[in-house]
Write a protein of this length. Structure first.
Length: 285
């Protein structure tokens, strides 16, 4: 026969040894010690044993491996290839398909996502990160705040730390903090925010009809504040006194929250209510 069929592959000691074409003048390959040359006139064709990972290939072939710069359509780097191996071409994307960013890159037009420690939480534009809610700039005790579209009078001995992002300010009361925030629009409405506060002290949600029975209205300059006071049941003694103040002229809502151990909240509630009553919206724009 002019062309013989390929002989069957033989499995020897877990390694695939290439078989020679039958009908040729060469004889089957015999086992040799590593580094021993093949007998004259004999040719061999062997395949390298399969191995997972670059370390396995270096051990089996004795060759250094190189990482090819070629990347797949998803941006992943190709597996390590033996030194001198040509890059393996990757499939192309269909015509008109948008480019797929490489790993660690955002799609075109995606807003920047701040990294940890840069003052913002990923996925929450403008929200300060943990431990980065203030600038460290403190007011004098008992000072009057004017600026950012709001004014209020701090009680004596209370000071204010300038905030950043959506944390407008942190008011340092006696052994407890009061958080001042503002958000665009109505931020889900009064009911949703009040029930969110209730969940923080393990209380069940209220209905819209129950809000009036569990809150009070306080007149402020340029608007009306809704103030709530919720205390957790034992053994949790946490308590929240908070105010929601819509500011339609600026299309935003202000939130002031006194939150902590019940005894400390009680000690500072009167000063908190005086603070709310002193608010003037639209000041210091």
């Amino acid at each position: 026969m002019k062309h013989g069929k390929l002989a069957s592959a033989c499995l020897i000691a877990g390694m695939m040894v290439g078989c020679e074409r039958s009908g040729s003048n060469s004889s089957p390959t015999a086992s040799r010690s590593p580094g021993e040359p093949a007998p004259a006139g004999q040719t061999t064709a062997t395949t390298q044993p399969q191995s997972n990972g670059a370390a396995g290939r270096r051990e089996m072939t004795g060759q250094p491996t190189v990482r090819t710069p070629a990347t797949g359509p998803g941006g992943g780097t190709m597996a390590d290839l033996p030194a001198g191996h040509p890059p393996i071409p990757q499939p192309e994307l269909p015509a008109g398909h948008p480019a797929i960013p490489q790993q660690g890159q955002l799609p075109a037009g995606h807003p920047a996502v701040a990294q940890q420690g840069q003052g913002q939480m990923p996925g929450m534009p403008g929200m300060p990160g943990a431990g980065e809610v203030g600038t460290g700039k403190m007011s004098a005790p008992g000072a009057k705040h004017t600026g950012g579209g709001i004014a209020y009078q701090l009680p004596a001995k209370w000071a204010e730390e300038e905030g950043q992002g959506m944390r407008f300010a942190t008011i340092k009361a006696e052994n407890i903090d009061i958080i001042v925030n503002h958000f665009p629009g109505n931020v889900g409405g009064e009911l949703a925010n009040i029930n969110r506060w209730r969940s923080q002290v393990q209380l069940p949600p209220l209905t819209q009809e129950q809000i009036a029975q569990n809150s009070q209205k306080v007149q402020v300059g340029g608007g009306t504040a809704t103030v709530v006071d919720f205390a957790a049941t034992a053994p949790n003694n946490e308590r929240i006194v908070a105010a929601i103040i819509p500011d339609p002229a600026a299309d935003r809502t202000w939130f002031l929250k006194l939150y902590g151990p019940g005894k400390r909240v009680e000690q500072n509630k009167a000063g908190f209510m005086d603070l709310i009553k002193s608010i003037q919206l639209g000041e210091g724009k």
